[in-house]
Design a protein around this ligand. Structure first.
Ligand SMILES: C[S@@+](CC[C@H](N)C(=O)[O-])C[C@H]1O[C@@H](n2cnc3c(N)ncnc32)[C@H](O)[C@@H]1O
Length: 317
């Protein structure tokens, strides 16, 4: 049992059932101001996920333990999870080794960012609308693949496509490999250790290039809650202004897309900066449920029309 976490000692407040522990966890997470947003939007979701992992019960079966006393092993595991979540600020997804995106489970650990991309909303309908029929899409690139979550969602949405997924981090690619195998997509998803799309140059062109790159400016990163600093810095930060990887991507993508192809990039808070930096580039901002609309769609024909400045840095791996 944890040395740091204090459990209620008065008999009336004593924790016995799964329900008691769940209420305790909700209060604890709220009063300690843990930050959400890494695959979970509130304390309740995190507490339920930790209880599910501690008891081994799926979400559907979890209510079975609400009215029964928790077993010693279950209690110890749950308290240990809470202790690490509250005092070490370890994100819940790392504690349980799993994150969900688009109804699919992905293995995660501190080698990769926890999946939470806006692309989960856009891959099913909004993006295919800009392409020929899904069955005819043959080649897709997922640049900055991290855990491989978007490569997997894309391979499932476009069942005839081969997906090339790149990342600069070998560690991230090791996790992506686990997820590609978990979803039995080894024959359709190929992983590349490379800077942006460097290793993909010279191959056949793509119908679709998708990227959720790092896009936080250094200054914003410094102010993020501790939980977010448990994720690899390289997955969040992209230079002083946040645009380093996006600059490279825009320059490389124009020669790698088919004429009917599209480039779609999640850019976080950089929408205005993008428009100011490339005022002549037509950008379509896709709507997302929370109104952030921070995913940009650029058509190959438009990308090829304008001449983009070279990226400031070129780094081969
Ligand atoms: C925001 S994460 C996105 C991961 C995943 N696509 C997702 O949506 O969860 C960005 C990823 O880009 C990788 N990365 C950073 N700089 C890169 C670069 N220059 N070229 C390729 N990958 C890069 C990081 O290692 C990290 O895995």
């Amino acid at each position: 049992m944890s040395a740091r976490l204090r459990l209620p000692s008065s008999p009336s407040a004593r924790l016995i059932t799964g329900g008691d522990y769940l209420r305790f966890a909700n209060r604890l997470l709220a009063t300690n101001h843990v930050a959400h947003g890494q695959g979970f939007s509130n304390a309740q979701e995190e507490a339920l996920t930790l209880l599910s992992a501690a008891t081994g019960l799926s979400w559907e079966k979890l209510p079975h333990c609400f009215e029964r006393p928790l077993r010693e092993k279950e209690k110890n595991q749950f308290i240990e999870f809470l202790d690490r979540r509250v005092f070490d600020r370890i994100p819940t997804a790392y504690l349980v080794g799993e994150a969900w995106l688009g109804g699919l489970s992905f293995s995660v650990d501190p080698r990769v960012i926890i999946p939470r991309s806006y692309f989960v909303e856009l891959i099913p309908e909004a993006i295919p609308q800009w392409l020929p029929p899904a069955q005819s899409i043959k080649r897709i690139a997922d640049v900055c693949t991290g855990s491989g979550c978007l490569a997997v969602l894309l391979a499932k949405r476009f069942p005839r496509a081969k997906v090339d997924a790149t990342d600069l981090s070998k560690d991230a690619l090791d996790v992506a490999r686990i997820n590609v195998a978990k979803h039995r997509l080894q024959k359709r998803i190929k992983l590349y250790h490379t800077d942006t799309m460097t290793a993909l140059k010279g191959g056949p062109r793509y119908d679709l290039i998708v990227s959720n790159p790092p896009y936080e400016p250094e200054g914003i990163y410094r102010r993020l809650p501790t939980e977010f600093k448990k994720e690899p810095k390289q997955s969040l930060v992209s230079g002083k202004d946040g645009l380093d990887v996006i600059r490279k991507l825009l320059t490389q993508a124009s020669s790698l897309l088919q004429p009917h192809g599209i480039l779609v990039i999640e850019v976080g808070g950089l929408r205005e900066k993008m428009q100011k930096t490339w005022p002549k580039l037509p950008m379509l901002w896709l709507s997302t449920a929370d109104g952030m609309d921070c995913v940009v769609l650029i058509q190959a024909t438009n990308l090829q029309k304008i001449s983009l400045p070279s990226p400031r840095t070129r780094r081969r791996v």
